[in-house]
Each structure stands twice: as C-alpha cells, then as structure tokens.
Design a binder for this molecule. Sequence first.
Ligand SMILES: *Cc1c(COP(=O)(O)O)cnc(C)c1O
Length: 243
Amino acid sequence: MTSDIDKASHETDLAANIAMVRERLKKACLEAARPLEEITLTAVSKTQPREKIEQAINLGLKTFGENKVQEAMGKWSALKQQHENIELRLIGPLQTNKAKQALGLFDVIETLDREKLANALAKAIAKGAPSIPLLVQVNTGEEPQKSGIAPRETVDFVKLCQQQFGLDVVGLMCIPPANEPPAPHFALLAKLARQLDLNEISMGMSGDYDIAAQLGATHVRIGTAIFGPRARALPEKWEPVFG
Ligand SMILES: *Cc1c(COP(=O)(O)O)cnc(C)c1O
C-alpha cells in the first residue's frame, strides 16, 4: 500500500515537471516571438500506468501520445470514456492489420509512413472506420533503420494520400537522428509543411522541444521530462539467473 505521503510527493513531481516544461516552452516562444497557444503539449504516456496518466489528466493535460496500439487499447479505452475532450495520438509505427483498430481508438495518427498503410487506412475508412486527421512521418535524416518518407518524396506522397486515397493529411512529424543536432531537421520539416500548406508540425521531444518550438512546432511530444525515466520492459520470458 502506498502511504498518502508517497502519493503526494509523486503528484508534486508530476505537477512540478509539467510546470517546468510549460515554463521552458514559454521562454522558447518568447524568444521566437510566437504565441504559446500555437503549441500543443503532447504528453507521451507509453509504458506509464493508468494511475499516473489519470494524475496527469487531473493536472490539466489533455493531449496524449502512445506508440503501441495494443498497449493503448488496454489503457485508454476506459480512460477515454471517463474523461471527455482527451485527444489521443498514435506516435509509433502502425501495422496495416491494425489500421481499423487504430482508427477506432486514436483521434490522430502521426505515423503515416508508406503507401501500403495509406491503402489500408483508406480501405478501413471506406468500410466505416472514422476518417481521422493524419500526419505523414518524414525520415529527415534518411536513416535506413527508421521509418518515414524521404524528404524529397514527401510532397508527392502527401498529394498521393490526399488525392488518390482521400485521406485527411493535416501535418508532418519527424524524429531526428539521435546523434545529430536536431535544428536542421526541424527546419526541414517546417519548410516541407509550409510548402504543402499543412497546419500541424509534430517535432521535439524531452531533450530538444524548446528548439523545435522555436523552429515552428505546433505539437511537441514529451515523455521523460513529464513522467520521469521509463522503466525498461523485461524480456517476455525473463527468468532470474543465479550464480
Ligand atoms: C517516446 C517518444 C517520445 C518521447 O520521448 P522523450 O524523450 O521521453 O520525451 C516522442 N516521440 C516519439 C515518437 C516517441 O516514441
């Protein structure tokens, strides 16, 4: 059983972390002469238990990001019924066989990254799944192991999704390479979004959201800076090893 003191100190942590993130965003906006209201704070709640998410909701957060359909189903089906006006965004890769399920659960999918998925989403929508706003994931660093559309193919791909598949593409998202300064990647994503006249630009995580805010982000995706470090999942068949 957790004591009231433990519980209170946890909630204070979460409140303090959220306040700190808001303060840093405010400062970045001031420096870039942008109104703070242009930026939505997406709290990345992957691996976080329901109780912690509920605390974050009670502290006023309304937009959440999850990276796995299955995990999000388990945690959010009930949470979304209990709390109105929550926006849930898929920020991790989507398999085509989960397209219908994802359209039913999420309010926005940020990871449209290939034609096969565009086709699967369009088919599910034609069969009655909700047509929700979508972001195209751009592989700004052209990393072979990372999903996303190459920058030079992004304009054509967005047009294909909109015109041929009839999808509601409203923006772009990126995850810059881990070992490079993120600013050029953020600037490239913002430029592509402007070129395509798209409203949403999802970029910036715990380590670099202020830079993203200065370079035009409309959505920053923040996990660790709000919830603290994530516990590493144990392997499926974990067994203790002795001596
Ligand atoms: C986990 C994750 C984040 C949040 O990362 P932090 O560094 O914990 O803020 C943001 N975007 C995506 C796509 C993620 O998977």
